[in-house]
Design a protein around this ligand. Sequence first.
Ligand code: ADP
Ligand code: NI
Length: 241
Amino acid sequence: MIDAEILTVTAEHVQKLLSQDSSGHDWWHIDRVRRNSMRIARDEGADLIVTELAALLHDIADWKFHEGDESAGPRAARHWLNQCQARPAVIEHVCEIIATVSFKGAGVVTEMRSVEGRCVQDGDRLDAMGAIGIARAFAFGGHFGRTMHEPESAPLMHQTFAAYKQKGGPTINHFYEKLLLLKDRMQTTTGKRLAVERHRFMEKFLEQFFAEWNGSPLTSVRHAIDDTVRIKNASHDDECG
Ligand code: ADP
Ligand code: NI
């Protein structure tokens, strides 16, 4: 198969595999990571075929869904790319990226060897941040039966991948254990730039979350919108009345 065909059938294959996922690892996550990664890859002058294939295949058999088996992802990708008769060097490179792309704990360094790897890792990490990142975190938490927030439970800065794999804990802690750390771990110029606004949005979200949780007098955005609608309706009633 030529590269363009491999990309088309791979996208179809992944879409079928992940269409029903409700943990934040669905096809649209893959599609967004593909777009993020390709945008970064163009700026970085990276190989676009390797980047796109690795982005498409990076979550087809994630360790989080395979009893912690971190070899499941690269194995499934290799099997698929062999079937497509992709070039051996491409297969090796894509599998290497998939094996190393995942976040492995606050205290664990996960540097990517190749520029293509850095593009995919930054593309994946951008999708764990901002409004989408918040939505995905709570989808993941609900899927795995995690509580939303436990005021007495402190976040843990995992020093090993084994400890990170074992982790439970409420979803709010995940912001401190991973999501708020990502901005400073971006590896490409474009990734760093795109991470800034998403990081700020998560900080604002947490500020509002805790204000509401603690019953602070801060007017929530939702109330502000409701008030505006009520005032508008009242003046409309007056005019008609
Ligand atoms: P990675 O492999 O780097 O962790 P993924 O693309 O698999 O990246 O997505 C991981 C995403 O899943 C997180 O960014 C988050 O949205 C969600 N997630 C993972 N672990 C948790 C958790 N313990 N609580 C809430 N969300 C989580
Ligand atoms: Ni992912």
